[in-house]
Design a protein around this ligand. Structure first.
Ligand code: FAD
Ligand code: SIN
Length: 535
C-alpha cells in the first residue's frame, strides 16, 4: 500500500516530535516509529537540557564550554546560534507542557539548575532525574492533539526511496528523496510512504557496542539508511563513552547521571582512593572523554572490574529528592547510594558524528532532513558537552521548520510511480542463529577493538572482521524475508563499518578518538571532519 503525506518523520524522540508539532501547521505529518511512541533515548535522558537561564551565566560562557569540550572541531557559528536560541526553545517546551523542576529562592520560583561535566556554571534544566521521560510525556501528549499528525507505532523504516533508483528516475532531473519503505511489524506488511520531505530523527547507535547506556532502539538505522541512499556521513569516530553506567550483572544499560557528580559525588578506586586529580583540574567533573579515559586507564592498571561513585557525604533526603529514579533503581539492585558508593563502568553513550547537515538540518540529499542524535551539525565537534544534545535537537527541529515554511509552497509533487516493495523471492529464514551470532560478534568486536582506546592494529582487525560479517549479512538479507532483527543487524553492521572507516582515516588523537599509534593532536592535517559517502 502507498501512504502519502507532506512530511514523513522517522522517529518519535525529542527531534521527531518537536518537529512534528510545528510541521502540523504546514501540512500532513506521518511519524513512523519502530516501537511504542515514547520508546527512544530521549525517554531515558536523566541530567537535563543545557541552556543559559541564570543572570550570572552568559551565552559567552556556554559557548566557551561547548568549544572547549569539542577539542577545536566544533563549528563556532553553530555553537553560537544553538546556545543563543536555547532559551526560546526552552520556553516553547514549557508551553507544550514540560515541567522542569523549580525551587523557591527569595520568594521567587526559579528553575533548579544542575551542573554536569565540562560546564563551568549551573545551567542544566531538569525534571529531577527523569528529564527525558517528562519531555516524552509532554510532547507525545501535545502532538496527539494535532489532527494533521498520524503516528504509526511498531513501524520500522527499511530504506529511503530515491528518485534515481526508480524506473524513469534515471533521467536528467535532479535526484531526491521521495519517501521510505516501512515494515509494519504487527502485520508483516511493507508499505511505501511517499512524502514531499523526509526527516530522519532516528537517534543514535549505542547498540553497536556491547556495553551501552542506550535503549534497544539505538541501532543506527537512520545513519545506515542515509548512507545507502548516498548522503554524506561525518565524524563517526567520535563515540562518546559515558563514564558512569551502573555495574551490576542484572542491570541492563542503567545510567548514573553526571548530575550526581554535579552535586558533589567523587570517583574512587575500589580501595577508596580518589584518582581524577591526576587527570584534570576539574577532577570528577572533568569533560566526559577525560573521565572515561581515566577510568579505563585505572581499571587496566588495577585489574578491577569497576570504579566507585561516592555521594555518601550528601544527606539521604537530598539524594532521594534530587535523584529519585537513580536512588530507587540502585536499591532494587541492593545498593543504598546514601550509604555505599555505586559501582560504575564506562559505556557507549552518544554519537557525535552522523548524517552531515547544514544550519537548517538539510542533508546532502534534496528533500531529506536529519536532526537529533542521528545528525552531525557541527555543534559537538570531537566531544559533546553534557546536556547539549536535547538542546541541539529542538534548535535544529525549529530551524528546519522555518526553512520548510518558506520552501513548502514551491515544493513540486513528484508524479513518478513508486513500485511496491519487491521481496525478490525471499523465503522465511530457517537459520535465525546467524542473526543472533553476528549481532553478538559485531558488538563484542566494536567494544574490544574500537572502544575508548584504539590502535592501528585493533582497527585493522575490526575492519577485517566486520567486512566478513557484513558480506554474510548481505547474503542473508538478499535471500530471506525481512524482519526487525535482520534489519537492525544489517544496520549495526553498516554503522560499525562506517565508524571503523572514520577511525582509521583520522590519524591523530582528538576528543573522543584516542589512538595509541597517533597519540597527539595534529591541527595541521586533522582540524577537519572525516566525511564518508557510499562508493
Ligand atoms: P531518540 O530519542 O533516540 O529517538 C529516536 C526515535 O527513532 C525512536 O522513537 C526510535 O524508535 C525511532 N527509530 C529508530 N530507528 C527507526 C526506524 N528504522 N524506523 C522507525 N523508527 C525508528 N542528552 C542530553 O542532552 N541530556 C541528558 O540528560 C541526556 N541523558 C541521557 C541518558 C541516557 C540514558 C541516554 C541513552 C542518552 C542521554 N542523552 C542526554 C542523549 C539524548 O537523550 C539523545 O541524544 C536524544 O534524546 C536523542 O533524541 P532523538 O530524538 O534524536 O533520538
Ligand atoms: C547524564 O545525565 O549524565 C547524561 C547527560 C548527557 O548525556 O548529556
Amino acid at each position: 500500500m502507498e501512504i502519502q503525506t507532506d512530511f514523513l518523520v522517522l522517529g518519535s524522540g525529542i527531534a521527531g516530535l518537536s518537529f512534528a508539532i510545528k510541521a502540523a501547521a504546514l501540512g500532513t505529518v506521518a511519524i513512523v516509529t519502530k516501537k511504542e511512541k515514547f520508546e527512544s533515548s530521549t525517554n531515558y535522558a536523566q541530567g537535563g537540557i543545557a541552556a543559559v537561564q541564570d543572570e550570572e551565566d552568559s551565552f559567552a560562557s556556554h559557548i566557551q564550554d561547548t568549544l572547549a569540550c569539542g577539542a577545536d572541531l566544533c563549528r563556532e557559528e553553530v555553537v553560537r546560534f544553538v546556545v543563543e536560541e536555547g532559551p526560546a526553545r526552552i520556553e516553547e517546551l514549557v508551553r507544550w507542557g514540560v515541567q522542569f523542576t523549580r525551587r523557591e529562592e527569595g520568594g521567587v520560583r526559579r528553575y533548579d539548575l544542575g551542573r554536569e561535566g565540562g560546564h563551568s556554571r549551573r545551567r542544566v534544566l531538569h525534571a529531577k532525574d527523569l528529564t527525558g521521560r517528562e519531555i516524552e510525556r509532554a510532547l507525545t501528549e501535545y502532538v496527539s492533539g494535532k489532527k494533521s499528525v498520524h503516528i504509526y507505532e511498531n513501524f520500522i523504516a527499511i530504506d529511503l526511496i530515491m528518485r534515481r533508483f526508480l524506473a524513469g528516475g534515471g533521467d536528467s532531473a535532479p535526484d531526491r528523496c521521495l519517501g521510505a519503505y516501512v515494515l509494519d511489524l504487527q502485520n508483516d506488511r511493507i508499505h511505501a510512504f511517499r512524502a514531499k520531505y523526509v526527516i530522519i530523527a532516528t537517534g543514535g547507535c549505542g547498540k553497536v557496542y556491547l556495553v551501552t547506556t542506550n535503549p534497544d532502539i539505538a541501532t543506527g538505522d537512520g545513519i545506515a539508511m542515509a548512507y545507502r541512499a548516498g548522503a554524506r556521513i561525518a565524524n563517526m569516530e567520535f563515540i562518546q563513552f559515558h563514564p558512569t553506567c551502573l555495574y551490576h550483572p542484572d542491570a541492563k544499560s542503567f545510567l548514573i547521571s553526571e548530575a550526581v557528580r554535579g552535586e558533589g559525588a567523587v570517583l574512587r578506586l575500589k580501595n577508596g582512593e580518589t584518582f581524577m586529580e591526576k587527570y584534570h583540574p576539574m577532577k570528577s567533573l572533568a569533560p566526559r572523554d577525560v573521565v572515561a579515559k581515566a577510568i579505563d586507564a585505572e581499571l587496566k592498571k588495577s585489574g578491577d572490574d569497576c570504579v566507585l561513585l561516592d555521594i555518601t557525604h550528601r544527606d539521604r533526603d537530598f539524594i532521594r529528592r534530587r535523584f529519585p529514579n537513580i536512588y530507587e533503581k540502585c536499591l532494587l539492585f541492593g545498593i543504598d547510594m546514601a550509604a555505599d558508593p555505586i559501582p560504575v563502568v564506562p559505556a557507549a553513550h552518544y554519537l557525535c558524528g552522523g548524517v552531515q547537515v547544514n544550519h537548517h538540518g538539510e542533508t546532502s540529499i534534496d528533500r531529506l532532513f536529519a536532526f537529533g542524535e542521528v545528525s552531525c551539525t557541527g555543534l559537538h565537534g570531537a566531544n559533546r558537552l553534557a546536556s547539549n544534545s536535547l538542546l541541539e535537537a529542538v534548535v535544529f527541529a525549529h530551524r528546519a521548520f522555518v526553512r520548510l515554511q518558506s520552501e513548502l509552497p514551491q515544493a513540486r509533487d513528484e508524479d513518478i510511480p513508486i513500485p511496491p516493495w519487491d521481496p525478490r523471492g525471499a523465503t522465511e529464514s530457517d537459520e535465525s542463529i546467524v542473526v543472533s551470532h553476528n549481532w553478538d560478534e559485531i558488538r563484542r568486536c566494536m567494544w574490544h577493538y574500537v572502544g575508548i582506546v584504539r590502535s592501528n592494529k585493533r582497527l585493522e582487525r575490526a575492519h577485517r572482521r566486520i567486512e566478513l560479517i557484513s558480506r554474510e549479512i548481505d547474503d542473508y538479507y538478499r535471500n530471506f524475508v525481512v524482519t526487525r532483527d535482520l534489519l537492525e543487524l544489517r544496520n549495526i553492521a553498516t554503522v560499525a563499518a562506517i565508524i571503523i572507516r572514520c577511525a582509521r582515516m583520522r590519524q591523530e588523537s582528538r576528543g573522543l578518538h584516542y589512538n595509541i599509534d597517533f597519540p597527539d593532536r595534529d591541527d595541521i592535517h586533522w582540524r577537519r571532519d572525516t566525511v564518508i559517502v557510499k562508493p
